[in-house]
Design a binder for this molecule. Structure first.
Ligand code: TRP
Length: 458
């Protein structure tokens, strides 16, 4: 007979396995694609400072919040709130997580598809000898070709669905244990190369020198949204992982490791992109295409450029897919749990099919909105793709995170929460003393203020 604890432990291969899965969820396109372009649009250094403050004030405690909800309830985002409160008054929050997941997946799979395309293009030597202007053209021709873009996104959806279908998450975890450190090393090499380019100091200044006059309410909201997105907070993904957490595993230590790793990758991405942006004369506020224009140009400067670009875009695809797995898992676990007591319950396989179908519709809308035929999908000059990105990070995730903080702070058992965070003799205990006041007062108030201010309501 296995004890309760062993049973729980076996659902996640090891402590390190859970950290890898959570880190795999966190580290993804958010760090390497989104962080540089949002930072570029929001003033560089000023954004970086606010971002790092957000990671400290919101990131770490909210990651702990989600782990705590999952670990205490042993349920996914669908059942967790209900199980802990014994009523369904918080059920809207589960639904809100599900809606957020579907919206994020719609554009995330499209960008993952871009990464797949770049691997293929790198293999085919398409970047050889091109200049920066031609990289822009290359990207534009990819985005104007709806059929091609859709095909790559479908490939990404299928790959993710297959992983969830065969439940081979563990294999992916083991794989990413080797590949993620490789991605880090690769990025360090790239940063080193980029710093030797002429004018790289202008980019360093842009990224590290904070011009406080550039800090506006919108910049702060963008930084907070980016922090939530990058750490996978505010959508229930971490709740689902928390449910698999071995009893003995410490929530704060795990969260801290994920936060440090995720932030390291984002800052490294900035260290590569911004010096390169100025060296190649690209506009840092260029938008979502930024890294796809700049990175191939970086490889043209590196030795073994063919091999390096294939390796890097390949690793980027792996990082993206470990994130799409966590996104889709939320929706699949939700559907399975939600229909379990119905007349026609959806098992895991059926749920994977239903979720994939919904996601494909969202992907199609996103792809269409980027092409010339999609002008009807535009609102206020922004297309469906931009809106999905902004609404999820700047509205839905802050609202969900706000509610989750209140939930842990006011509606969960405080003694249990304190015990969960640390034993009296541990360093976690002292830091944990800050946790409850943070989630009860500071975090909800701060999210509310930044949210209303950023939307121009306050
Ligand atoms: N954090 C991932 C990234 O940076 C994206 C992601 C994966 C995510 N799972 C999530 C975002 C859950 C929000 C919620 O690329």
């Amino acid at each position: 007979m296995k004890t309760e604890e062993e049973k729980q432990t076996s659902s996640f291969s090891s402590r390190i396995g859970l950290i890898m899965a959570a880190a795999g969820s966190a580290v993804g396109l958010g760090n390497i694609w989104k962080f540089p372009y949002i930072a570029g649009e929001n003033g560089g250094g000023a954004f970086l400072i606010i971002y790092l403050i957000c990671v400290l004030i919101f990131g770490l405690p909210l990651l702990m919040t989600e782990f705590l909800i999952g670990k205490q309830s042993g349920k996914s985002a669908f059942g967790a709130f209900r199980a802990l409160r014994n009523n369904s008054r918080w059920q809207w929050l589960s639904w809100s997580c599900m809606v957020t997941a579907v919206i994020i997946m719609g554009f995330y799979f499209v960008v993952t598809g871009w990464c797949f395309h770049y691997v293929v293009a790198a293999v085919a030597h398409s970047f050889k000898g091109l200049d920066t202007g031609s990289f822009t053209e290359h990207f534009n021709s990819l985005v104007s070709n709806g059929g091609g873009m859709f095909a790559y996104a479908v490939l990404a959806v299928l790959l993710t669905a297959v992983v969830l279908w065969f439940d081979v998450n563990k294999g992916i975890e083991r794989l990413s244990k080797i590949l993620m450190p490789l991605l880090l090393v690769m990025m360090m090499l790239m940063a080193g190369r980029v710093l030797m380019l002429p004018d790289s100091n202008i980019g360093m200044k842009f990224f590290f020198q904070a011009d406080f006059s550039k800090i506006t309410p919108e910049v702060v909201l963008a930084a907070m949204g980016q922090c939530f997105f990058s750490l996978s907070i505010g959508m229930g993904a971490i709740i689902t992982y928390g449910a698999y957490m071995p009893k003995r595993q410490n929530i704060m230590a795990t969260s801290l490791q994920v936060v440090v790793l995720d932030t390291l990758v984002a800052v490294l991405a900035g260290l590569i992109i911004f010096p390169a942006v100025f060296a190649f004369g690209v506009d840092p506020a260029e938008g979502p295409e930024l890294v796809f224009v700049v990175l191939p140009a970086v490889f043209e400067q590196m030795s073994f450029s063919w091999f390096s670009s294939i390796l890097f875009f390949g690793l980027l695809c792996v990082a993206a897919v470990t994130s799409t797995i966590s996104l889709m898992e939320v929706a699949v676990a939700f559907l399975t749990e939600a229909t379990a007591t119905r007349k026609h319950p959806l098992n895991r396989h059926k749920s994977v099919l239903v979720v994939s179908a919904i996601v494909l519709v969202m992907v199609a809308l996103n792809v269409l909105s980027l092409t010339d035929n999609g002008s009807w999908l535009c609102l206020h000059g922004d297309n469906f793709f931009d809106w999905s990105d902004t609404i999820s990070a700047n509205i839905l995730m802050p609202v969900n995170a706000f509610a989750m903080a209140l939930f842990v702070g006011w509606f969960m058992n405080k003694t249990e929460t304190r015990q969960e965070i640390g034993k009296k003799s541990n360093w976690q205990y002292r830091l944990g003393a800050v946790f409850l006041p943070l989630v009860r007062f500071l975090i909800p108030l701060a999210i509310l203020a930044i949210f209303l201010n950023g939307l121009g309501i306050l």
